[in-house]
Design a protein around this ligand. Structure first.
Ligand SMILES: Cc1cc2nc3c(=O)[nH]c(=O)nc-3n(C[C@H](O)[C@H](O)[C@H](O)COP(=O)(O)O)c2cc1C
Length: 200
């Protein structure tokens, strides 16, 4: 991840809906806002609506796939935000994952999950399935995935969250990941830097 301010931590958030006026981006905006409170963290949002990603086996321009792979491989942590579609996570989310390589550049990355659904049971099924796929490719799936039920009642048309409890839960996707990175990844990176500097 290129960062002109040399921020130490890089988080990549992957948008899972390309539907015009989608609610996933409204929820992800709160997560992004939470991350942006931290001066030492760079955030990149990958929006597949702006990318040309191909299914495995279809040949064509690999530029965007390489870009996404590069961003994720450099990231300290990753966030997936997906809508619940037909009892699972969105196909566009799976397409992004399939473009992350085999073996996947998600391997070894801490991953935090956010799911939104129009229905009252929320995005539980999407999050279970997405967590399973992320674990399968070797990601460290953090506990505490956040499922937003009745998402169309939670946000207004301008993207304002109408429920402070739900807003706090959504923001916890960011804080959980940041806490994990600061507690586990940063100390390791610091030790590696000491070794490289010949001080340890
Ligand atoms: C193809 C499709 C399938 C859907 N399936 C479900 C579902 O299984 N359960 C549910 O609660 N909502 C379902 N929804 C509604 C979405 O959860 C709803 O559109 C919500 O706003 C999140 O998606 P969005 O980010 O695209 O807006 C479905 C929507 C679409 C377009």
């Amino acid at each position: 991840m290129k960062d002109p301010n040399n921020r130490r931590i890089g988080i990549v958030a992957i948008m899972g809906s390309v539907r015009p006026g989608n609610y996933t981006s409204k929820a992800l905006a709160l997560v992004a806002n939470e991350i942006q409170q931290h001066d030492d963290i760079a955030l990149e949002i990958i929006d597949p609506a702006n990318l040309k990603l191909l299914p495995p086996g279809i040949s064509g321009d690999e530029t965007d796939a390489k870009k996404v792979r590069g961003s994720v491989s450099k990231a300290t942590g990753v966030i997936f935000a997906t809508p619940e579609y037909h009892g699972s996570f969105s196909s566009i989310t799976k397409l992004v994952i399939e473009n992350l390589g085999f073996p996947s550049v998600l391997s070894g990355k801490p991953v935090a999950l956010l799911g939104v659904a129009a229905g009252q049971i929320g995005a539980i099924k999407s999050l279970e399935a997405l967590g399973s796929v992320c674990a399968h490719v070797g990601a460290i799936v953090l506990p505490g995935p956040v499922s937003v039920a009745k998402v169309r009642e939670v946000f207004d048309s301008k993207g304002r969250c109408l429920d402070s409890v739900v807003e706090k839960q959504i923001r916890s996707v960011a804080t959980n990941l940041i806490d994990y990175i600061r507690g586990n990844i940063c100390p390791r990176v610091a030790l590696e830097a000491m070794v490289r500097a010949g001080l340890a």
